[in-house]
Design a protein around this ligand. Sequence first.
Ligand code: PEP
Length: 366
Amino acid sequence: MIIELERGRQATLDQIRDLAVRFGNRVELSEGTGVYDTVHIIGDSREFASRESYILGLPGVRAAWQPTGGYKNIARVVRGNEGKALHRERRVVEVKGLDGKARRFGGGKHIFVCGPDSPQTLEQTLATARMAREVGEKFGILDRVMLRGGAFKPRTRPTDWRGLGMKGIAIMDAAREETGLPYVTEVMDQNLVEQIGAHADMLQIGTRNAQNFDLLEAVGRFGKPAILKRGFGNEAEEWFYSAEYIANQGNLDIVLCERGMKTLYTKGGYCRNQPDLNACTFARKQTILPIIFDPSHVAGDHRIVAENLMAACGHLVDGSITETVHTEAWRREQLCDAGQALVMDQYSILVEAVLEYETHVAPKMK
Ligand code: PEP
């Protein structure tokens, strides 16, 4: 069940929480940008919903909904049983850095996630992270920059390099320590969520695990913000159901990420994956979650990363996650996805272009 509650009604919120606990449910508050917040009753809420008239009588409650769809906690529009529709506010997902600043996905400004595909050495990762910080300072957007780096790598071929594991996480920790920038890293195993999550500021679920339901639920229970990549063979709605697996465990801090699909067209070799940009627009319409774009895995080639990201900006994404390296020479040293990483100098130009677009073009399209 979802309840619309006037902001600041703490006593009512406590009463709702008490009732939820009685029926074995939990409560998650989603702050809106207007006067009302939405209160989510997590888990099977049918018994809770049988007390609808009591709930509607509580001070500050405007409406209560028992949605019927397959992704009730994250749906943008939920319909009650009588067909009434509630249009919910989009959610802002915050990731705080050691610098004390929150990166706000869905807060109206593009969030720039960048860094190595995978931390290989301390020097390489620190050099890239320092340059990411410099880009943030140069454009006055430090609170919109964060790092990426997958220490546990899902590889198609078992003989390929699979990352440094926890040693890689220690390198990402060092990069955060030095720059203050928070980082996101991939988790592939439900048994490692707590171990990796104790370090990372945000967890990433990759395309190959987008329907690993035990992993999704473990990330949901853990509660830290998460990026959910779209499975490269998943329909948009299947992607939303995956997000609901996380949300249904009480974690609504989910950022959807479109990273391209495998299609017949990609066989020709001119791009690695086919970007489904209309899915970004669809996700905005269908869910309350922020949506970002990964131009690196779409392109597979650093020469066409910028074009892809600019195209996604036209679809009003809330941010991007881009693979970057500090030097051209280092790109060749990369053991994973070497061809698609942008050198930081080129990334800086791309950031400037996105900011120009955001300031001068996007407002006219809204
Ligand atoms: C990644 O971002 O490092 C990654 C492996 O992405 P994807 O799951 O989209 O392939």
